[in-house]
Ligand binder design. Sequence first.
Ligand code: NOJ
Length: 766
Amino acid sequence: MKNINQILILTLSIAFLFNCENKNKKGNSNTNDIIEQQVDSVLALMTLKEKVGQMNQFNGSWDLTGPASNVSNQEKLERLKNGEVGSMLNVLSVKATREAQKLVMDNSRLKIPLIIGYDVIHGYKTIFPVPLGESASWDLDIIKKSAEIAANEASAAGVNWTFSPMIDISRDARWGRIMESSGEDPFLTAKIGVAKVQGYQGGDLSKNNTIAACAKHFAGYGFAEAGRDYNTVNIGEYELHNTVLPPFKAVAEAGVATFMNSFNEIDGIPATGHKEIQRNVLKGDWNWDGFIVSDWGSIGEMITHGYAKDKKHAAEIAANAGSDMDMESYAYVGYLEELVNEGKVNITLIDNAVKRILRVKFRLGLFDDPYKYCNEEREKNEIYTEENQAFSREVAKKSIVLLKNENNILPLSKNIKNIAVIGPLADDKDTPIGNWRAKGGRDTAISLLEGIKNAVLPSAKVTYAKGCDIVINKEIGRTFLLPLKFANTDKSGFPAAVNTAKNADVVILAIGEVALQTGEGRSQTNIGFAGVQQDLLEVILKVNKNVVITLMNGRPMDISWASENVPSILECWQLGSQSGNAIADVLFGDYNPSGKLPVSFPHNVGQEPLYYNQKMTGRPFNPTHVTFSAYRDAPKTALYPFGYGLSYTTFEYKNLTLDKNEILADGEIKVSVDVINTGDRDGEEVVQLYIRDLVGSLTRPIKELKGFEKIMLKAGETKTINFTINGELLQFYTINKIWEVEPGDFELWVGGDSTTKLKSNFAVKE
Ligand code: NOJ
């Protein structure tokens, strides 16, 4: 009699041949049918232990992106050999991937390949701007392409799966992970999420240069109370559906291969154990067929939450709620078999989870070739190429936002004689690499100082002074898991900085946040300039008024004082490998800035969480009476609003026209507007469309982004931009707990930021 291995190989080979033949003849749905058959044929051969094994993910010993477990390498090794591991994360390099995969292939009974995941968040080794910065480009084509490049590099180094995109709506500048997000708006976040999924996964996951994407964190993680990471989330069901879930639905529809759930609880239920959102909404209503991985240790953390009494209980809750794969809790390998045997977890749920995992592995082509990502030649030739660097510069310059430019101090002439480049981040080659930098090396970015020197004529005098530092333990701080020490108050560098500033034609001042001030576990209550940066700014302004701040940061900062006192501010985020060159492109006018804020900048931290798409409240505002919703010591609106960003040219909007002012719920309105470049430079503008649903079965936001287009206009040129309003844009999750369009009156605005006043209206009739 044949042994199980031979049976498996036979089944798989038949399925494979069948697959190849049909792939050539017919389209995708057939491929899916074949994959389903293959999945079933493998599942039929699996023991319960092997099934549970597929639901288990271990960390490799190459990197650590969460608290270390006490499971020994020996135990991991044994489990790999026994087919008790379905996935590993943080296995880096072709060599390591090959070794891990080989252990499984050579030793396990069923030889089911591992899927190998890694946090490739804004590039693998060629680093792009941090996601919040890249989102400021509002340019879906470059965002998609940067994900494509990240996938190409990661796959060349053995990685099959990235834990990206993070599409958590992020309204709180204090939350360190805002830097990984696309900001505060569901519509923009959804578009960017889809572009990234398309970039990572390409049209075809079975290619060797595409990788599986992962939508995270499901759900509500960005709503942590007081912006403190991992903190409690209290969000109502309707707000969850209308604000948090839409980007997830969009990427599910776009075919994202996997989801990751989140650390937080939602109204008392930890997301990892949340049956309603995982099983009923995602896998049920949305009919999504990929698998959900837990976040690092989040199954076990349900014990700490006070939701599970022990690890076994946690495993039971998570499996029943629809968490398919356990990242680093060791709860599933420890207890799932027992739980099934005791009838506490139904075997059909286990089968369902395993099928989802196998499906993704088949889609990736791992069964055809478990070593498909193990190509040393690709690893040598396709990572950190000149071409990728050039593209990183493109993305970086398009992500810069011009916040202020009094008297057109920018762009600078390249004939400028004397430039002072000052500040703790001016010659910092590390900060622009940002947090979650994958294999982005320390100190590998082009610093601002280098970028400026590359750009100016040889006759220009470029002088540099650091002025001060931001943190005390910068070296230690670069190690992912260690806290930074705040703040460095040493002013001994001030005199040199003042001297440097004194005789310069212009001072370029690089201040803000070091790389690891944002990211996981990096929440802050102070979002101003840490340490003595503000003092440095003040002493410099005393000797030279021509100051341009190049702000580097991963969160919206409180820059109110600077905004009032400095003539020009460029928001430069943490722009990645080519940061300095990209900033210089903008400073000297080789590129006309076109970025727009994906998140509101507050007047001060007390306004957080701050977002443009708020609700009206019953008492919105009355300047002459106190019993209205306002702060008595600060405005309630943003210092720089969502969607805002200047250019070296100016744009005017006129002739806002709607082809009709009434439609039925399934109707359409064509909206058009003329955009004119009224300045004397060519430039790009992001034309934005907002609506307001005036009365609803639930209260509606005062404005909601529902369309945007990034256009290029030559100096003096006019373009007519068209949008279509339809039911898909007008619907929301109503009191009936379904998505529907409610008849009634709507307002509509078009313009260059969320405060635009160019307005019209229309109605949806019964
Ligand atoms: C924890 C983070 O929350 C998640 O985003 C990340 O993907 C995992 N750790 C793995 O590193």
